[in-house]
Design a binder for this molecule. Sequence first.
Ligand code: GDG
Length: 458
Amino acid sequence: MTRLVIVSNRVPAPAKEGAASAGGLAVALKAALEERGGIWMGWSGKSSENDEPGALALTEEGKITFALTDLTGKDVEEYYYGFANRVLWPICHYRLDLAEYGRKEMAGYFRVNRFFAHRLAPLLRPDDVVWVHDYHLIPLAAELRQMGFKNRIGFFLHIPWPPADVLYTMPVHEEIMHGLAAYDLVGFQTDHDLENFAGCLRREDMGDAIGDGRFTANDKVFKGGAYGISIETAAFAEFAKKAGSHHLVQRARQSIKGRDLIIGVDRLDYSKGITQRLDAFERFVVNNPAHQRNVTYLQITPKSRSEVPEYEQMQRTVAEQAGRVNGALGTVDWVPIRYINRSVSRPVLAGLYRLAKVGLVTPLRDGMNLVAKEYVAAQDPEDPGVLVLSRFAGAARELKRGALLVNPYDIEGTANALARALNMPLEERRERWQRMMDYLLEYDVSRWCDDFLKDLVD
Ligand code: GDG
């Protein structure tokens, strides 16, 4: 079996609390590496003290070698915050208005990708299979090819791929498209993203889909496919069941005093639709006096990318909004919204999912959304909660037969879905949950990993 080399911007730390606590993606990729032996390379998350990025730090864990590199402060500023998070992230989430094109940042992005390729090169053997992850590293294969590497190289994009009209507003769209065409296999979360990608190839006569999951571009044929990422469904279900006895989960249960719990869990990010969701919850409470005082909405929102101004601004907006709704609707013995602006541990998160009658997952645009899948897996099969899910999450394409799908821009519609979820009879809840759970048990994260690697190696 050939060795596997994974490259991603960040590399997960070794798991401390057992499989499901580490997060499904890390577990699945580590399992794939453990099986084949291999390397996981990425940025250490640190910036070097001087202008030199520093040497690769190698650590062995079983059959896996972790290879981490520091970046310079300038690299982090331009490649990570500048281009990846202030151009590619908003563009891929259809937010043309938020993209900021700086020449320096664009150059920094390509420079750091070249640097990654040079760092990786001495570690690569001719028959290694390379799997590159996410928007930070699109040009990596093109750099390796330029250096003469002929290895199988695959790419998986964790975020959405936009239509041509959106992508082509980006000054370096051509380089980005050429970068993707340098892979042997390009994987997207959904068929919708894949269609958008084909549309982007066609728009400037760069290439096209030629059937059977194959594409042409730059006189070369490569594969493209949809591989919806997932979670370790069975392990997470078991984990959530046990998490009920965690003292913090028990305290949460006591504190909601028999009220219905609605849960929202998202990194603080404008793509997640948090402000629209708070509006919808407020509308629901106003429209449904019978539910007032009987419902608690818990929003868990760890900070992310606080160095990017839009995120800093959003942090203030969400906190103010939660405070305003509580001030307007709360009573002496009822706080409608509990807002936690930091991360909670994975066992507590799993236990809270299971406590909640409704999982409210309403991104404005999302590659997949693992919270939706985790919420489903965590439910008690005898008395499952209801998933209210945005139609613009990749997960909606897989869970539409069980979730209540909403348009997150439609505040009234989302409020109505909340009412429907809280009033849903047990039998309907069970049927809907079972359909989603059956799907998630079959298409778990190991299946995602196997399907991608099989197509890459074939
Ligand atoms: C990107 C794409 C795609 C969140 N809060 C806490 C916490 N989390 C965990 C969740 C979940 C993960 O973070 C978030 O994953 P998502 O998929 O929901 O969203 P992104 O971070 O935007 O991920 C997305 C994903 O990549 C994978 O391809 O699905 O579309 O945007 O696992 O549980 N975990 C803990 N405490 C928290 O407070 N422990």
